[in-house]
Design a protein around this ligand. Structure first.
Ligand SMILES: [Zn+2]
Length: 385
């Protein structure tokens, strides 16, 4: 009996202890929350109410009152950059770079962010000089990648080649195909100056980087053709048959012209027919069609278009076929109307397309003008559905 009475007395004591423990915790939380500036909660409140502008002002006040809130500074800087308020992003990051109390790692991070701000603002010189200061530490590789991007943008190919080599040494996967394009750009610049020896040297370097480089073989053929060596030119362009047949469309017209200069039209027509057998290509068909019409007449040209239309139907093959049919039977009014219609549709709907960003172009580019990728545009035009 006595034992049970004692037991009932202990139970309220446990409740009391639990209540005290809870009070202590709440008091601790209250103390902590008083240490966080009121503006912080104001900012959070604005964010929750989807008022980002007011939220930013509130957070800026916190950042001003408490310079230790580094992460908040970084978050604000990144936010300003994303919103396109680059002067504010630059100010925040510049202030952090100038502070004396930051660790090396924190200063490097602020510097990298500042470089990104300058890059986005188009202040390429300033961006490059900031990125050059980050040649060690965790941001070194990303900084170097940005430097390469700037050098490509400013067409500083010589420096770009060196930067690409340094990136590879830092463990980045080699981008030999891109580097081959830098050499091709230099080769084209030397061609404009009439310096054929340097052109050849750059093209050899390009092929050293990427033996399958369609552009380098194309330019090498051009160099030979300009020097009057059509045989050597044809040989260079025909290397693509094995190395990179997708790009034969790019050299097809050059092949026709060189053969024509050598008085070997029939051979060129057979060559292109062979290419067309290997790969369906309305662009190649059109070129061959025009050549056959010019050299052999409309009837063989019509037969060529008809065969190709059966094998690989396309609006452009139909356009060629109708053109030849109308030339053979000029009195057909319906034929002319149909061709007008198809031709107008073809000229509107065929374009080169970047497989990476979807950029559409009337002319072919080795580097996409929109996303700056090399060879992301297929060398064959597509028809809009
Ligand atoms: Zn693109």
């Amino acid at each position: 009996m006595e034992f049970e009475a004692w037991f009932f007395l202990v139970i309220p004591l446990f409740f009391a202890l639990g209540w005290i423990a809870a009070r202590v915790d709440i008091r601790h939380v209250m103390q902590e929350s008083r240490a966080v500036p009121r503006s912080y909660f104001k900012g959070l409140n604005y964010l929750l109410n989807e008022q980002p502008d007011k939220a930013i002002e509130a957070f800026l006040e916190v950042a001003k009152l408490d310079p230790d809130t580094l992460e908040l500074h970084f978050a604000l800087g990144a936010l300003f950059r994303r919103r396109g308020e680059l002067d504010r992003a630059i100010r925040i990051h510049q202030n952090m770079v100038d502070r004396a109390d930051l660790s090396q790692e924190q200063r490097f991070k602020a510097m990298y962010e500042l470089g990104e701000d300058f890059l986005k603002a188009g202040l390429l010189d300033r961006a490059e000089s900031v990125f050059h200061r980050l040649d060690s530490g965790v941001h070194a590789r990303d900084a170097l990648r940005n430097i390469l991007e700037i050098q490509v943008l400013t067409k500083d190919w010589e420096q770009a080649i060196q930067t690409a080599a340094r990136l590879e040494k830092l463990g980045c996967p080699a981008q030999n195909a891109d580097t081959a394009h830098y050499y091709c750009e230099m080769a084209q610049a030397s061609t404009l100056k009439g310096d054929h020896e340097t052109t050849r040297r750059h093209l050899e370097s390009a092929l050293g980087q990427n033996h399958r480089s369609a552009r380098a073989w194309m330019l090498l053929g051009d160099l030979e053709a300009r020097a009057g060596r059509d045989e050597a030119a044809i040989e260079a362009w025909r290397r693509l048959e094995e190395l990179n047949p997708r790009y034969l469309t790019v050299v097809a017209e050059r092949l026709l012209q060189a053969h024509h200069r050598l008085d070997r039209d029939a051979e060129a027509i057979e060559l292109l027919r062979g290419y067309l057998e290997r790969m369906p290509s309305p662009d190649l068909l059109h070129l061959l069609f025009q050549t056959v019409a010019e050299r052999q007449g409309w009837e063989p040209a019509r037969r060529l278009a008809a065969e190709e239309l059966k094998r690989h139907p396309s609006l452009r093959a139909l356009d060629d076929y109708l053109q030849a049919s109308n030339a053979v039977q000029p009195e057909s009014m319906e034929g002319r109307l149909a061709q007008d219609l198809v031709h107008r549709q073809v000229s509107r709907s065929a374009y080169y397309l970047c497989g990476h960003c979807g950029f559409k172009a009337r002319q072919y580019f080795w580097q996409c003008p929109a996303c700056a990728r090399w060879e992301s545009i297929a060398p064959e035009r597509v028809e809009h559905e």
